[in-house]
Design a protein around this ligand. Structure first.
Ligand SMILES: [Zn+2]
Length: 406
């Protein structure tokens, strides 16, 4: 008896548009065709016909980009005026619902991959791999000190080497993708201070060493100059904010900036905000912003490895799809538009350890694609005119419509 052999070919999907930014090059490719098989890109061409066994989707004058990658967000914070208070008033089930809603907001705004750098009680881990949400990498609750920055998220450790190592081990056992440690205080936590360290150099070294033993990268929330210096000395893979915050201003330590650039420690700039009339960063941030921007420029000129990482969720000016506003701030420090787009696609994907699947439009990569109306290199506002979003080959319903840029 012979078994019939199924010979019918799988149908592919072909996306056709006016132009393509592939995530790595400096210029657009004209008349592109992307071939998708299920959730994966299988071919990318220019000026070529679609094969017979493909369903063609015509996107007219659109430019196709890789889905955006935000290396620093908080799904548990709801981008309200009091995200910490809102979170505190919610049960875990309610938090999970709000986090899924936040993740959908990101996806509708073209953000197909996020790294959550601080949830409550490891809740983001359970959302990983959920259909209809972006790809999620997660840190779980940030490791902090008793009463320290974001202590209410549950990642408090006693200030001993053994406890710091045990906290990292617990995170590794729970299956986090990265370790986030609060090296200094932060704006969201009254009673903590941005200009002060939370951990001794010895404790930071122990945490980083333990993380690396488990194959995990560490990124340190670090505002204070000493916290930044200690985190770099401890071998942290990344730094968030990196503001060089002092009690009454902002410092600019040239040697430390150069050291961070030379070591290629990842600098998470936490830029990107929606211009909402009447809403601005808190006064302590606003007063320092020009100096922080000047330091960002120094990092850029020193050749530092920088990503945008928006800190989405912490305020109304930072909704969960805010990262497409990052290029506007990156321009202020001299970053060109194509490079800014790389920083929120391929570079961000690389930094969070997903550079082999995310952040590029190329064969073998996940079919995460953003289609916008117009040329987002010549006209940055085009990035906000979203026409379609595909996440692992699936069209995202109800994509965001245009949002003002100034
Ligand atoms: Zn954050």
């Amino acid at each position: 008896m012979t078994t019939p052999i199924l010979t019918q070919r799988r149908r592919l999907t072909a996306l056709r548009a006016a132009a393509l930014f592939d995530g790595t090059s400096g210029a657009l490719i004209r008349d592109p065709l992307i071939l998708i098989d299920g959730d994966t890109i299988v071919a990318v061409g220019s000026g070529v016909p679609a094969p017979d066994h493909a369903d063609v989707i015509e996107l007219g004058g659109a430019t196709l980009l890789p889905g955006l990658v935000d290396s620093h967000i908080h799904l548990a914070f709801d981008a309200s005026p009091d995200p910490v208070g809102s979170l505190g008033g919610r049960s875990d089930d309610e938090v999970i619902d709000a986090m899924a809603q936040a993740a959908r907001t990101a996806l509708r705004g073209g953000v197909t991959t996020v790294r959550d750098l601080g949830d409550r009680g490891y809740l983001s881990l359970g959302l990983r791999g959920t259909p209809g949400l972006p790809a999620i990498a997660a840190a779980g609750p940030p490791i902090t000190t008793p009463g320290g920055h974001c202590h209410y998220l549950g990642g408090v450790t006693e200030p001993t080497v053994d406890a710091a190592r045990a906290a990292v081990r617990e995170h590794a056992e729970r299956g986090v993708d990265v370790i986030k440690i609060m090296a200094s205080g932060g704006t969201l936590t009254p009673g903590t201070y941005q200009h002060l360290c939370q951990f001794t150099p010895e404790l930071l070294r122990a945490a980083v060493d333990e993380a690396h033993r488990h194959g995990l990268q560490v990124t340190a929330h670090a505002h204070a100059v000493a916290a930044i210096a200690d985190a770099v000395a401890a071998g942290a893979d990344g730094l968030e904010h990196v503001s060089f915050w002092t009690e009454d201003s902002v410092a600019s330590p040239a040697d430390l900036i150069q050291l961070i650039a030379d070591r290629q420690t990842i600098v998470g700039l936490t830029v990107g905000m929606v211009p909402i009339p009447g809403l601005e960063p808190p006064p302590v941030v606003r007063a320092r912003l020009p100096l922080i921007v000047a330091n960002m420029r120094r990092f850029y000129e020193a050749g530092a490895l920088m990503v945008a990482g928006s800190d989405a969720g912490i305020a109304p000016i930072k909704p969960h799809d805010v990262v497409r506003h990052a290029p506007d701030q990156l321009r202020e420090i001299g970053v060109g538009q194509a490079e800014a787009l790389r920083m929120i696609t391929s570079v961000a994907a690389e930094v969070i350890g997903l550079g082999h699947r995310k952040g590029r439009i190329a064969p073998g990569f996940d079919a995460d694609i953003l289609a916008v109306d117009g040329d987002p290199i010549a006209n940055p506002a085009a990035l906000h005119r979203i026409q379609a979003v595909y996440a692992r080959g699936a069209a995202v319903p109800e994509v965001s419509t245009a949002r003002p840029t100034s």
